[in-house]
Ligand binder design. Structure first.
Ligand code: BEZ
Ligand code: FE
Length: 294
């Protein structure tokens, strides 16, 4: 190793040590641990790729654009976390799969806290376009006991691939909540979900394009299921045969969440109604893990 290179290497490591030391007196031990680890990994990353000044300027420009496009309806930093797999990794760290329980996946940015309550068997579509889809199943514990009264929040995009909150007219469609009934049973009408692109008209979309990755998510229906004594479950169901199952832009697919819809035409639905034309039916049981973390 020549002298210049040794000097350079020493200087690089001295900077890292100096920055690590600057966090030494952080009163909150967790914040200290987080900041020191962040600095170690960030510095190692810069050394690993021999980060150029132009590249770091481009990185700053990227983050600045992400900040500018972010508002109360658009969160570019969550999208960035999603396409880097950090969102689903955080789920894996914090929601380790409990034996026998339904698996968790990413939350996504389109949940709305005050969605309308619908009765058992009601319709969450409320004008969202798509083939009517009857969704039903049972909520139960990992030991098989039915969970009555679980709160089930569901939300989905319409068949144009947009959530209601992405339209400028304040509509509420494709979302709602209901409670599981006797024996943990639940059922509602929705529309058959369709694949859709995550918002890709900003810097995250540019990143996907520059790296030859697509913005598509396979068709899915979001669930958030809560019940006293159980871990909240954030998940989706995906449809078997979807062309994007193996290339979800946000890495949310898990084999146990893929369901096979039954397709029907002009037959009576499970609730005795007679939908006009084609409709689909999905059954999906929700198995909740005990909340043993309190
Ligand atoms: C969603 O499924 O709604 C979603 C998840 C991550 C990024 C964008 C959308
Ligand atoms: Fe979604």
């Amino acid at each position: 190793m020549n002298t210049d290179h040794t000097a350079l290497t020493d200087r690089e490591h001295a900077v890292t040590t100096e920055v690590l030391d600057s966090f030494e007196a952080t009163p909150d031990p967790r914040l200290r641990e987080v900041m020191r680890s962040l600095v170690r990994h960030l510095h190692a990353f810069a050394r690993d790729i021999r980060l150029t000044q132009d590249e770091w300027d481009a990185g700053i420009e990227f983050l600045t654009r992400a900040g500018h496009i972010t508002d109360s309806k658009r969160q570019e930093f969550i999208l960035l976390s999603d396409v880097l797999g950090l969102s689903v990794l955080t789920v894996a760290i914090n929601e380790p799969d409990a034996a026998g329980a339904t698996e968790s996946t990413v939350f996504g940015p389109f949940f709305v806290a005050d969605a309308p309550e619908i009765p058992l068997g009601g319709d969450i579509a409320q004008g969202a376009g798509g083939v009517p889809c009857h969704v039903s199943g049972q909520v139960r514990s990992v030991t098989g006991e039915p969970v009555e009264g679980a709160r089930i929040e569901v939300w989905e995009a319409d068949d144009d691939g947009f959530y209601d909150v992405q339209y400028p007219d304040d509509r509420t469609a494709g979302r709602g909540w209901l409670r599981s009934g006797a024996h943990g049973g639940y059922r509602f009408w929705s529309v058959l979900p369709a694949p859709y692109p995550i918002p890709h008209d900003g810097p995250v979309g540019d990143l996907l394009a520059a790296t030859a990755r697509g913005p598509m998510r396979p068709a899915h229906l979001h669930f958030l299921v809560t019940a006293p004594g159980f871990r909240p479950l954030i998940t989706h169901i995906f449809l078997a045969g979807d062309p994007y199952l193996d290339r979800d832009a946000v890495f949310g697919v898990k084999p146990g969440l893929v369901v096979e819809p039954a397709h029907h035409t002009d037959t009576a639905a499970p609730d005795g109604s007679h939908p006009e034309g084609s409709w689909a039916a999905i059954t999906f049981d929700v198995v909740l893990a005990p909340d043993d973390r309190r």
